[in-house]
Design a protein. Structure first.
Length: 136
């Protein structure tokens, strides 16, 4: 594996973590969205990642890719509130299956992973610069 592949690997990791941050932000922003129907209620979304290994013209490349975004199967949060304007015929309002504490932990983890990939790129640049300076 070439030193230049490190940039591809870290870049794919940064892209994947950005998708994770965006879905987490979407989950948090919709955590308290009320609905009058189970079918119309927002459901937490999570990205699915996959490892990528390819061989192109004699070089190995690796990284991560986002395979898709899936909705959580966790149960929704029905709340009996007959006076709420979004209440259904039985008086229930439905809230998303988003756990804000878990989402904040996901956001911190994704942010740290993103920062780690940035550090990998910066360290690789410094190593390449030092290697070039050895020749002069």
């Amino acid at each position: 594996m070439s030193l230049f592949n490190i940039f591809d690997i870290a870049g794919s990791g940064m892209s994947a973590q950005m998708v994770r941050l965006n879905t987490t932000a979407s989950n948090i922003s919709n955590a308290d969205t009320a609905s009058s129907s189970v079918d119309r209620t927002y459901r937490a979304r999570y990205p699915l990642f996959s490892t990528v290994m390819t061989g192109e013209m004699g070089r190995q490349a690796a990284g991560v890719e986002v395979k898709g975004i899936v909705e959580s199967n966790a149960p929704l949060r029905p709340q009996y509130s007959p006076n709420h304007p979004m209440a259904d015929e039985q008086g229930y309002v439905y809230y998303p299956n988003v756990n804000v504490v878990e989402e904040m932990a996901n956001m911190m983890s994704a942010s740290r992973s993103y920062e780690t990939n940035v550090q990998v790129i910066n360290t690789s640049k410094q190593l390449m610069t030092k290697t070039l300076q050895l020749g002069s």
